[in-house]
Write a protein that binds this ligand. Structure first.
Ligand code: NAD
Length: 418
C-alpha cells in the first residue's frame, strides 16, 4: 500500500514494524503479509446540516488482519482523519490485541470532521450515515467498533441502533463502549484511563519513586481525565493538564474535583483558577515523575524529547512518540517508556469483556471487571519487562515483537488466506 506512505502516521507505523521485524529476524516474504492492511473501505457521507446545506463528509474503516477473529478498534471524529492515519491506528490495534491475548485483529475507523463544530443532531446524522455505509463490512463476528477521539457512548448508541434497525432486532455486540442501559459494560468508560494509571503506578513502584509522584496529563478527554482521577486515587499529585483550549499548571497539585466542575461548566481546562496558564508545548517539558500524553499522535518529537523532565512516559494516546523521539529516548535510560500498545490497552480489554458479556447476555459486576483487567495488565507488563531485559531492548520493541509474534504464529498456522 505504497500510496498510504504519504501519511506520516502510516509511515511511522510501518517504520516501527520494519525495525521490529528486523529485530525478530522475520523472513522478508512474511513481512509484507503481516504488515499490509487486509481491507480498506472509504465512503462518502452526504449529510444534511441544521442550516439545510448538504455537506459530503469522508469516512474510512481499515481492517488490518482477519487471522485471529473479528477485527476490533475505535472510531475517530477529527478534522485531520485520513485513510493513512486510520490504517496506522488499525495496525497498532493488531499488535495491541495480540499482546494482551485478545482474539481479534486490529481495525480503526474515522470521519474527517470537527465534532466540536457540529450540533448534536448533525453528529447523530453523520454517525447513522457512516454506520449505514459500513453495514456490509461490520458485524459482531466481523468487525466491532468502539469510541476513540471525538466519539463517545452516545455515538456508539446511535451506531448500535442503526445496525439493529437494519437487521430487525437489537444487536448490542455490534459495538462496545455503549451506555450500560443498552448492553454496555460497567467500567468500560473508565477502562483506558484506569489501565494507564495502573501501569504507571506499577512502574512507580518498580522504580522506587514516591507515592505522591507528580503527574502531567496532555488531553483531558476520556483517557486523560480518568487517568488523572485514577492516578490521584493511587496518591499521585496531578500538577498539570491540557486540552485543545490550553493548559494549567500548579506544582503543588491541582484540585481535580474543582477542575472537573470547571471543565463541566466551560468545556475547557483553560481559565481554571487553581493553576497558572501555560502553553501546551511548555507543559510537556515541566518537571514531573509521570508524563501521560492522552491526546493526539506524534506529540513527543525530536524537538521536545531531549527536554522532557519526566521519569515515566506513560503513553495513553496511540502513537504519541515519533521514531526520531524514540531514538533520543533510547539515549535517555532515566526515562522509562510504557509503550502505547500496553499502556492504553485497558480500553480494548474491557471492550472485549463487553463483547463477551453481550454475546452471552450475562453481565459481570465492576469488581469482577476491574480484577480481570488488572490481572491481564499486570501479567503483560511483567512479560514485556522480562522480554526487554532478556534481549537488552527498549520496552516498545519488546511489546511490539511479542504482539507481532502472535499474529505471525496465527498466519503461519492458517495459511495464506487470512
Ligand atoms: P477524547 O476526544 O475523549 O479526548 C481528547 C482530548 O485531547 C480532549 O480533551 C482534547 O481537547 C485534547 N486535545 C486534542 N488536541 C490536543 C492538543 N493539541 N493538545 C492538548 N490536548 C489536546 O479522546 P480519547 O478517547 O480520550 O482519546 C485520546 C487518545 O487516546 C487518542 O490517541 C486515542 O486514540 C487514544 N485511546 C483512546 C481509547 C479510548 O478508550 N477512548 C483507548 C485507547 C487509546
Amino acid at each position: 500500500m505504497k500510496h498510504l506512505l504519504t501519511s506520516p502516521a502510516y509511515k511511522m507505523a510501518c517504520d516501527q514494524f520494519d525495525a521490529t521485524a528486523a529485530f525478530m529476524n522475520m523472513p522478508e516474504t512474511l513481512r509484507e503479509r503481516v504488515k499490509q492492511p487486509k481491507r480498506l473501505v472509504s465512503v462518502s457521507l452526504p449529510v444534511k446540516m441544521d442550516s439545510g446545506e448538504v455537506i459530503v463528509y469522508e469516512g474510512h474503516r481499515v481492517q488490518h488482519h482477519l487471522t485471529l477473529g473479528p477485527t476490533k478498534g475505535g472510531l475517530r471524529y477529527h478534522p485531520a482523519v485520513d485513510l493513512g492515519e486510520v490504517a496506522a491506528l488499525a495496525m497498532w490495534m493488531s499488535w495491541k490485541c495480540a499482546l494482551v491475548d485478545l482474539p481479534y485483529g486490529g481495525a480503526k475507523g474515522g470521519v474527517t470532521v470537527d465534532p466540536h463544530k457540529c450540533s448534536i443532531g448533525e453528529l447523530e446524522r453523520i454517525t447513522r450515515r457512516y454506520t449505514s455505509e459500513m453495514i456490509p463490512f461490520i458485524g459482531p463476528q466481523t468487525d466491532v467498533m468502539a469510541p476513540d477521539m471525538g466519539t463517545n457512548e452516545q455515538t456508539m448508541a446511535w451506531m448500535m441502533d442503526t445496525y439493529s434497525h437494519q437487521v430487525g432486532h437489537a444487536v448490542p455486540s455490534i459495538v462496545t463502549g455503549k451506555p450500560v442501559s443498552i448492553g454496555g459494560s460497567l467500567g468500560r468508560k473508565e477502562a483506558t484511563g484506569r489501565g494507564v494509571a495502573f501501569c504507571a503506578s506499577r512502574v512507580i513502584d518498580h522504580l522506587n519513586l514516591p507515592n505522591d509522584s507528580r503527574v502531567i496529563v496532555q488531553g483531558f478527554g476520556n483517557v486523560g481525565s480518568y487517568a488523572a482521577a485514577s492516578m490521584a486515587k493511587y496518591g499521585a499529585r496531578i500538577v498539570g493538564v491540557s486540552d485543545l483550549g490550553g493548559a494549567v499548571y500548579n506544582p503543588k497539585g491541582l484540585d481535580l474535583s474543582a477542575l472537573d466542575d470547571h471543565v463541566a461548566r466551560t468545556k475547557n481546562v483553560a481559565g481554571f483558577p487553581g493553576g497558572d496558564a501555560i502553553s501546551n508545548e511548555e507543559l510537556l517539558v515541566q518537571p514531573c515523575e509521570v508524563l501521560i500524553p492522552a491526546a493526539l499522535d506524534r506529540v513527543i518529537t525530536e524537538q521536545n524529547a531531549g527536554k522532557l523532565q519526566c521519569r515515566i512516559l506513560a503513553e495513553g494516546a496511540n502513537g504519541p512518540t515519533t521514531i526520531e523521539a524514540d531514538n533520543i529516548l533510547r539515549q535517555r535510560p532515566e526515562i522509562f517508556v510504557i509503550p502505547d500498545i500496553l499502556c492504553n490497552s485497558g480500553g480494548v480489554i474491557v471492550s472485549y469483556f463487553e463483547w463477551v458479556q453481550d454475546l452471552q447476555s450475562f453481565f459481570w459486576n465492576e469488581t469482577e471487571i476491574n480484577d480481570k483487567l488488572y490481572r491481564i495488565l499486570g501479567r503483560t507488563l511483567e512479560t514485556v519487562l522480562k522480554e526487554a531485559k532478556k534481549h537488552n531492548i527498549d520496552n516498545r520493541t519488546a511489546a511490539l515483537s511479542l504482539g507481532i509474534q502472535k499474529v505471525v504464529a496465527g498466519k503461519t498456522a492458517r495459511g495464506l488466506f487470512p
